[in-house]
Write a protein that binds this ligand. Structure first.
Ligand SMILES: [Cu+2]
Length: 616
């Protein structure tokens, strides 16, 4: 019998338990010698998924559910990639991978904080700041990114802060040293120090001046009381329907909501109903599939700050449960996310995914100037969102579907700044901004990567670059008599090399994802979606630098690759502590044709965060 669940439905808690049990049984080793990194669905082959949902003409067959399991041995650090059949409870494949550092499980960060807090050298350094109560010391465990001298070990770096009380803002009270921690051996292996620049002081002392954000800490006098209530009411409920918990239909849109341990919410098999025809648009869209946050400070140890939150830290496993603090208004439909603890057991994040409708302002308005008769209609959008917290930063990821057939993705970067201490006479410019007394927020970039597995009216798509260009013809030429002429110039991107390109706002550059096999009925042009972004910085670090190598995917705003089921991550499966290129540069090492093929577009976008004093 053909299964009724969507074939890309993430693993259930029961399936995760089942896969972990098969692996644990097969290992026959004391489980204290290894940790689970991930247990996730192996996506069934694309053609089988499409047959199952009726998008291609093929016999739909029952698909075998499989789990991908990654383990990390301790203390050796050996990685295991295992595929388990959930139908037969058999191991399908088992690969041992040496010389890599699997992504960091959040438990490593939490255990790391405890161990660093108890370390005598850490306690001694804290005491030099006049603090003896270690329960007031909080240590954010970061990926080390890169370590100049310690090689061949699994490393994390601790960023040390003080809190006056449990809910005070630690980022106003940074300390000046960085324990280096090995999660495999669970020990502090070194301590690095931030050294004051052009200062008469040898060390910077922790600042105690408060800089709070919780209303109870800020004081009621500082909370605005002059805004009147604004209510969002949906007396008849929502206008979307939900099948099998995660298949959504709304305003001619139909799609499945996936979730995975790195990318979080993904929209899958997205289509739009056009009359009696269901038209495919996307096989899968991961709006924030990867990211890198490179910092600009020239001096050690700050110059190794380059967080790859998805690849190093499995950002989506740090998704928020939006039970009490959901920022959406109106009727909300929630979906839980299921991640995996370090023992391979399912950990449910209740209400991780929010789905709701929003009024999206004006859709269209026209006034007939002769009759003064006007028509205006408002726009409605469907919002699918989630939040994830990576230490100080909180990222909101928002998919918006509109009634005009457009799709938008937005990242809301909020939370707290990651901060460092300054000596009293220290000037952090031009690499940072003072945000509180003797506290600096260092400038950085947030470079995100969207993965867009396009399927515009079918699998075979083409990308065309569109630049708005002035006519090169001289004034007086019959085709440019007054010199006013400009037009869109179309260039088909034929191969993976040509597709490595970037936004050029002077040309209003965008890209069309077209299906050359399907024409619009009266323009006779290929049907298309336009891909564009207006916030598109690229990597500012020097080519060849560690950060530009590790974040190579951020070198260009656009990459296009032929679809390959194993090429899932822009930063590769293993980017933790790498010093070589991973992911996209390797996927495109060989020049491959991409015209009229099953293709994936990778779009790098983001922001340059030049810190303001108000940011803390
Ligand atoms: Cu920032």
């Amino acid at each position: 019998m053909v299964q009724s669940l969507h074939p890309l439905t993430p693993l259930s808690p029961q399936e995760i338990k089942q896969a972990s049990a098969v692996v644990s049984d097969a290992r026959k080793t004391d489980p204290t010698f290894y940790n689970f990194v991930v247990v996730t669905l192996v996506d069934p082959p694309k053609d089988k998924v499409l047959a199952q949902i009726g998008w291609i003409d093929a016999e739909p067959l029952a698909l075998e559910r499989q789990a991908f399991v990654m383990l990390r041995d301790r203390p050796s650090g050996l990685a295991h990639e295992i595929v388990v059949s959930l139908k037969t409870n058999q191991i399908v494949s088992w690969k041992k991978v040496e010389g890599v550092q699997p992504s960091i499980h959040v438990s490593e960060a939490l255990i790391g904080e405890k161990i660093m807090r108890k370390d005598p050298r850490v306690i001694a350094e804290v005491a030099k700041h006049g603090i003896t109560d270690m329960s007031k010391i909080y240590i954010d465990s970061w990926p080390v990114g890169y370590h100049k001298t310690i090689k061949g070990r699994r490393l994390m770096q601790g960023l040390v802060y003080y809190r006056k009380h449990e809910n005070s803002n630690q980022y106003a009270h940074p300390l000046d040293f960085f324990p280096i921690y090995d999660p495999n051996t669970e020990e502090v292996v070194d301590i690095d120090f931030g050294v004051p620049r052009n200062s008469k002081f040898d060390r910077a002392q922790v600042p105690f001046e408060e800089n709070e954000y919780f209303p109870e800490n800020v004081g009621q006098d500082n909370v605005r009381k002059d805004v009147k209530p604004l209510k969002v009411e949906q007396p008849e409920g929502v206008s979307f329907t939900v099948k099998n918990s995660r298949e959504i239909e709304w305003q001619k849109w139909r799609f499945h909501i996936g979730f995975n341990y790195r990318e979080g919410v993904v929209l899958q098999t997205v289509s739009y109903q056009d009359g009696d025809q269901e038209r495919p648009i996307l096989y899968e869209l991961a709006g924030a599939a990867d990211m890198i946050v490179p910092y600009c400070n020239p001096y050690s140890p700050y110059n190794r700050k380059m967080a790859l939150d998805h690849g190093e830290m499995l950002l989506a496993t740090m998704s928020n449960s939006q039970k009490s603090d959901c920022s959406c208004l109106g009727h909300i439909y929630y979906i839980d996310a299921v991640v995996v603890d370090e023992h391979g057991q399912p950990a449910t994040i209740p209400n991780a995914i929010c789905i709701h409708e929003e009024d999206a302002g004006l859709l269209h308005k026209h006034t007939d100037f002769r009759t003064n008769i006007a028509h205006a209609s408002r726009s409605r959008r469907l919002v699918i969102s989630q939040f994830a917290t990576a230490a100080n930063y909180d990222y909101g990821f928002y998919y918006y579907l509109y009634q005009d057939g457009s799709i938008q993705f937005e990242v809301k970067a909020t939370g707290e700044l990651n901060t460092h201490v300054l000596a009293e006479d220290e000037d952090p410019r031009p690499y940072g901004t003072i945000v509180s007394k003797n506290v600096v927020g260092q400038h950085h970039q947030h470079l995100f990567m969207a993965r867009c597995d396009a399927m515009i009216d079918g699998l075979d798509n083409t990308v065309t670059q569109v630049d708005i260009v002035p006519s090169p013809l001289p004034m007086g030429h019959p085709d440019n008599e007054l010199g006013n002429v400009f037009y869109p110039e179309h260039t088909v991107l034929e191969d993976t090399e040509q597709a490595k390109t970037s936004v050029d706002s002077s040309k209003g550059r965008s890209w069309l994802i077209t299906n050359e096999n399907k024409k619009h009925p009266f323009t006779l042009e290929s049907v298309a979606y336009r891909l564009s972004t207006n916030t598109a910085p690229t990597m500012l670090a020097q080519p060849g630098s560690v950060v530009a190598t590790r974040g190579a995917f951020a070198r260009h705003n656009l990459w296009v690759t032929p679809y390959h089921p194993d090429q899932r991550f822009a930063s590769g499966l293993y980017c933790n502590q790498t010093e070589e290129e991973t992911g996209l540069p390797l996927y495109t090492k060989e020049k491959l044709p991409i015209r009229n093929k099953d293709i994936v577009l990778w779009l790098c976008y983001g922001l340059n965060h030049f810190v303001r004093v108000e940011d803390l």
